[in-house]
Design a protein around this ligand. Structure first.
Ligand code: ZN
Length: 306
């Protein structure tokens, strides 16, 4: 793969069917980056890994289920400390450690025009993940500028507000910040940063400027032109912003309304959740750029052109 870096691919019971974790060789053992979901056989997988390699520490790139879910099992099996971004861990607890969260997010989707039955289906779809998420409590906090065994910690907000990457010698352990074939989801969610797409475009521009020669993503093949891939994703979102803007006029439309022409009317609840969150991140970016206006009326949020 790359000198001193090994890949550990874990299964996912949903698309895309796998997640890549990475193992970074260091003086005191190996750093495991990301942990997959908490699946019934995860304990045995991590125990087998610990028999083979000395795991010195575990780093979580971001709190999405397929990256943080197995962290507690990995910690138990290896005895290694877990490192996670400070903001990312706060959001991890706020979302996965909060019994009220499914209700919070369902209410929030209703405010954005998602019909009642769809919001409730979304609620169930969201709850289905929860048994597969066992994050490690009280991780060692990481921030931009920290170093982990010779790897520099980079803050790459966008796909998740507190998304971190590790950089060394022109190589980025990317998590879901850069993916080879699909564009990473960038959604607006309750209690998150106000303009995640603005954050993401900034992160992509900084990524392109790093002069990387390789990015190792959480899903799919290694990316051997990370700057080119970052520029492609910026271009994709610029087009998507234009399409989103074209769906607005003087009639107030909710994020749900605007998502229909962009993503189609026929979507399963989980896909609809991503479509509305993604539409909202584009609408909020348009508001920041002065290309759209947000209105709040009787608990409903809607958007018009500027
Ligand atoms: Zn993710």
């Amino acid at each position: 793969m790359f000198e001193g870096v090994a890949r550990l691919t874990l299964p996912l019971p949903m698309k895309p069917g796998h997640v890549h974790c990475y193992l970074l060789e260091g003086a005191d053992g190996w750093t495991l980056v990301d942990t997959g979901l908490a699946l019934p056989d995860s304990d045995e997988r991590f125990a087998a890994l610990a028999r083979e390699l000395q795991i010195a520490r575990i780093v979580v790139t971001h709190f999405h289920p397929d990256h943080v879910g197995g962290a507690e099992q990995a910690r138990e099996a290896t005895g290694a400390a877990v490192f996670q971004g400070e903001l990312d861990y706060a959001q991890c607890v706020h979302v996965w450690g909060n019994d009220e969260w499914p209700r919070v997010i369902a209410t929030w989707f209703l405010r954005h025009g998602v019909p009642d039955p769809v919001a409730n289906e979304l609620l169930e779809a969201g709850s289905a993940y929860r048994p597969f998420i066992r994050y490690a409590p009280d991780p060692v906090p990481l921030r931009a500028g920290d170093s982990v065994d010779g790897w520099d910690v980079a803050e790459l907000p966008g796909h998740a507000d507190g998304h971190l990457g590790l950089v060394r010698d022109g190589v980025l352990i990317a998590g879901d910040h850069l993916l080879p074939r699909i564009t990473p989801a960038v959604g607006l969610y309750p209690d998150s940063r106000p303009d995640p797409l603005g954050d993401y475009l900034g992160s992509l521009e900084r990524t392109a400027a790093l002069g990387l020669r390789l990015a190792l993503p959480g899903h799919g093949d290694p990316i051997d032109d990370p700057s080119g891939r970052a520029a492609e994703i910026v271009e994709h979102h610029r087009r998507r912003l234009d399409e989103t803007e074209a769906g607005l006029d003087e009639t107030p439309r909710t994020g749900y309304d605007v998502s229909i022409p962009l993503f189609g009317a026929d979507l399963a609840p989980a896909a609809r959740r991503f479509a509305v969150a993604e539409t909202l991140s584009h609408l909020e970016r348009l508001v920041s750029e002065g290309r759209a206006r947000r209105h709040e009326n009787e608990g409903r949020v809607s958007y018009t052109d500027s």
